[in-house]
Design a binder for this molecule. Structure first.
Ligand code: NAD
Length: 277
């Protein structure tokens, strides 16, 4: 690589990106960065209104945005989205799998011990995070197989490295996402093309709608004991901001990371490095 042109490598004009969960808090920041760099971005979300809101917030940026109501748990819905994207933009170059999250019913508490977590709650969380990621890779991976090029970035979690207390299904599902990321990186490179790369980002702790009730007191807004422990264990001494993920995402999608595949990158303010001592 010519070092003088290092930043010219980060230009996504004429590239098409799919961001699942693109209407969510972290997805929105990633969509905005990709549009800013000139990509065409399909925002796939179960909640069409939130996907549309992201388009409306970013319509002054360089790239083009397409909101698509999609359920990542239904192959037919993903196939329909793919057809629409082909008509609008052409083949998919980048896939970012940000649809995911926990569910309060799948969280243990004094009132709800582990043995009483309902089957539906466990299934909801494992399906949303793991099955949804695998199916999206199956469908949009086809474009990459055909073009013999492409980049996938999955969104894993700190829980994949070492599980936090209280969220067993989410932790197990994200460990599955990390493991699957490595599997797919090897499979794509060795079966179709070394120009197809698959990596994951493992975000640290970001305050969002899903985890607010665990990290903060809902009424006072004060940090919960759990929230305080997380900050105490984060050398950066703060929660992440959605924009903190963007640099890593852009680097993973760009040719600057051409020789990087099958890695799970923590973006966590040092949480995973700190032993607590
Ligand atoms: P979010 O709830 O704001 O966004 C998730 C989006 O996914 C929502 O817009 C939702 O409508 C969409 N979605 C839900 N089910 C879907 C389905 N079946 N098909 C398509 N879309 C669906 O959550 P977020 O905090 O932005 O999280 C994004 C990703 O980052 C998730 O995978 C989450 O597990 C992961 N993550 C978040 C944190 C954090 O601290 N917030 C930390 C680590 C990992």
């Amino acid at each position: 690589m010519n070092k003088k042109n290092i930043f010219a490598e980060i230009n996504f004009l004429n590239k098409t990106a799919v961001v699942t969960g693109g209407g969510g808090i972290l997805g929105e920041a990633m969509v905005a960065a990709l549009l800013d760099l000139g990509a065409n971005v399909a925002i796939l979300d179960l909640n069409y209104e939130s996907a549309l809101a992201v388009v409306n917030k970013n319509n002054d940026l360089v790239g083009n945005a397409l909101p698509v109501e999609t359920d990542v748990l239904k192959t037919e819905s993903l196939n329909n989205a793919r057809e629409l994207i082909h008509r609008q933009f052409g083949f998919v170059d980048f896939l970012v799998n940000a649809a995911g999250g926990n569910h309060p019913d799948a969280t243990t508490s004094d009132e709800k011990p582990f043995a009483e977590i309902p089957e539906e709650a466990i299934r909801f969380v494992t399906d949303l995070n793991l099955l949804g990621t695998i199916q999206s890779c199956q469908v949009f991976g086809l474009d990459m197989q055909e073009q013999k090029a492409g980049v996938i970035v999955n969104i894993s979690s700190m829980n994949a490295l070492r599980p936090l207390t209280r969220i067993p299904a989410y932790s197990a599902a994200k460990a599955g996402v990390s493991n699957f990321t490595q599997w797919l990186a090897v499979h794509m490179a060795m079966t179709y093309s070394p120009e197809i790369r698959v990596n994951a980002i493992a975000p640290g702790f970001f305050i969002t709608d899903q985890n607010k009730f665990l990290l903060m007191d809902e009424e006072s807004g004060e940090l919960s004991a759990r929230g305080q422990r997380i900050i105490g264990h984060t050398p950066a001494n703060r929660f992440g901001e959605p924009g903190d993920l963007v640099g890593t995402l852009v680097w993973l999608l760009s040719p600057l990371s051409n020789f990087v595949t099958g890695v799970i990158l923590p973006v966590d303010g040092g949480f995973s490095a700190y032993s607590g001592v």
